[in-house]
Design a protein around this ligand. Structure first.
Ligand SMILES: C[S@@+](CC[C@H](N)C(=O)[O-])C[C@H]1O[C@@H](n2cnc3c(N)ncnc32)[C@H](O)[C@@H]1O
Length: 288
């Protein structure tokens, strides 16, 4: 399994062993419509991989990963760490690199910043300036991250991956046919991620977007295109009624409950927990 070099909020790497077997066995084009850390698409066997995310600075970074030589990328990262004397404790060096990135937006500088940022988070202000602080005494570019980066970059090149930075509504899905597959892992309406509150210069995620996405998925179903949607039906005492109603109104949908490993215990739902599901409009081969 390849792990994204970014520790992405809402990343699905831990759930992959449960999610991947539920995907169709033969996939021509795989569309990861809300790619985030690309944890899902990068591990899918498909003829062609498409990754989309509306966080365009992230997509600019992936473009470089997909097109530049790995030695060039690694050397650039090492050089930046040396010139700014980056470490787990050098706040001044980190802030200087952040200022440099916010001036010229070099996509590889964003990766170096994420490697050192608090909890490896990615967040921008309304002027699209990266604004996370140093993860003091905790975050740095380490060997594990380097190993993940190398494997990730190699796989992107091997698969000829294509990246776009569109709103999901603007992604061209018209040309899709049989054996193409759309995977959606949008922000969850009833949880908060630093990318979905709409206060940071990027569009947020509200009932409006949720309804638009569900409509888009209904249209895909009418065209016989297979899709899967990740989401939570319950989270910390809240329920996503919109999604529950949608499931009830569209009998061709199946929610597959996923178990989440939380503090050494496996559960599907508890009072404090989440009911995480993968919703499909087809019956997965493993269940036939
Ligand atoms: C839950 S994360 C995806 C995580 C990913 N599946 C992984 O495993 O790494 C959701 C992503 O949706 C993106 N997003 C939010 N609103 C969007 C929109 N309107 N169109 C496209 N992408 C959007 C966010 O930037 C975020 O990266």
């Amino acid at each position: 399994m390849i792990k994204s070099p970014l520790n992405y909020t809402g990343g699905k790497s831990k759930l992959l062993p449960q999610i991947l077997p539920l995907f169709p066995s033969k996939i021509n084009k795989f569309i990861d419509l809300f790619a985030g850390g690309c944890n899902v698409g990068i591990n899918v066997e498909a003829k062609q991989l498409f990754f989309n995310d509306n966080l365009h600075p992230l997509v600019d970074m992936y473009h470089i990963f997909a097109t530049k030589d790995i030695d060039f990328i690694l050397q650039y990262i090492e050089n930046r760490i040396q010139s700014f004397e980056l470490s787990k404790t050098n706040v001044i060096g980190y802030n200087e690199l952040r200022t440099a990135y916010n001036l010229d937006k070099n996509p590889l500088d964003l990766f170096v910043l994420i490697a050192h940022s608090f909890n490896h988070q990615i967040r921008f202000n309304n002027k699209h300036e990266f604004n996370i602080s140093l993860g003091k005494n905790r975050s740095s570019y380490n060997d594990r991250m380097k190993k993940n980066l190398i494997a990730f970059v190699e796989k992107l090149k091997e698969r000829n991956a294509i990246f776009t930075a569109k709103d999901f509504n603007d992604f061209e899905l018209d040309g899709l046919g049989k054996d193409d597959f759309v995977y959606c892992d949008p922000p969850y309406l009833i949880t908060t991620g630093s990318y979905n509150d709409g206060k940071r210069g990027f569009k947020g995620w509200t009932e409006k977007e949720e309804k638009e996405l569900l409509l888009l998925l209904e249209q895909l179903h009418k065209k016989n295109i297979n899709f899967a949607l990740s989401n939570v039906l319950e989270h910390k005492g809240q329920t996503n009624q919109l999604l529950i109603d949608w499931l009830q109104n569209n009998p061709y949908l199946t929610p597959h409950p996923l178990s989440i490993s939380y503090k050494n215990s496996n559960y599907q739902t508890t009072k404090e927990g989440s009911l995480e599901v993968l919703i499909t409009n087809y019956t997965p081969a493993v269940l036939l």
